[in-house]
Design a protein around this ligand. Sequence first.
Ligand SMILES: C[S@@+](CC[C@H](N)C(=O)[O-])C[C@H]1O[C@@H](n2cnc3c(N)ncnc32)[C@H](O)[C@@H]1O
Length: 275
Amino acid sequence: MTMTTDNAAARHAWEVNAAAWDERMGTAGNDFVNVLVWPRTQRLLDVRPGERVLDIACGNGLYALRLAGLGARVTAFDFSAPLIDYARAHAAGYSGRIALRVLDATDGDALLALGEGQYDAAMSNMALFDMADIGPLAGAVARLLRPGGRFVFSVMHPCFNGLHVTHLTESADDGRQWTTRYSLKLSRYLTPFTQEGIAIRGQPEPQPYFHRPLSVLLAPFLAAGLALDALEEAAFPPDHEPGKTTSWGGNYSEFPPVLIARLRKTATDDADFTD
Ligand SMILES: C[S@@+](CC[C@H](N)C(=O)[O-])C[C@H]1O[C@@H](n2cnc3c(N)ncnc32)[C@H](O)[C@@H]1O
């Protein structure tokens, strides 16, 4: 398959930034992982011991380790070979429970070679906005899952989090005291766009982000026959201190920086209609 320029640029960025990403995230993760994404993803995925689970765009494997810790048999992939090397190192103690691959999620044939109907569940954390094209993945996920299988993904909330959003802090005299108001300013939303940004401060190179409004994000998955059956918007609690690497925190507790969705492959498939 020929790689698009956007996809090649994305892969290059995730190769050169791999060491910085692994150093920052390790296997412990950050507040986005531990406060916003993992508790909800774990609940929505509801993984049972022995289930086969696919971790799509797994990065350095930190979530794959957690899935394996729940007893899942995990296949995890990413298109950044250096990130998969880090994942292999982290997964060394999980013999036989985590299979790791270098694989491009925009390559539909490579995805299907993972095994149609073989997976009880699939997961992709904070990665769809890093992908130049989500169409092949949507079609493949619907075929890789067994009937009734679920796909849980988390993304930067496309309405409130991304390069189109500015964080505002304003102070004003309300008549009795000076108060501070935290708000967001959006410069655009509906039209998809690609723009370079940074995932972690200090990374060697910026990477492309692929903004898609909610309707565009969900459309290929719904068109592939998956049904949306859960949607959660995750914000930091009001008393949460902003992290070292992000200005998100309790001051913005009315705005969810993360959206988490669960889609299901309906249990009725074509085979049920054949004689
Ligand atoms: C923000 S990181 C998230 C990594 C991991 N899921 C996590 O939450 O720790 C985004 C990941 O998407 C991967 N990625 C982006 N486009 C991809 C593609 N077309 N195929 C496979 N992986 C891709 C990047 O290499 C990177 O590891």
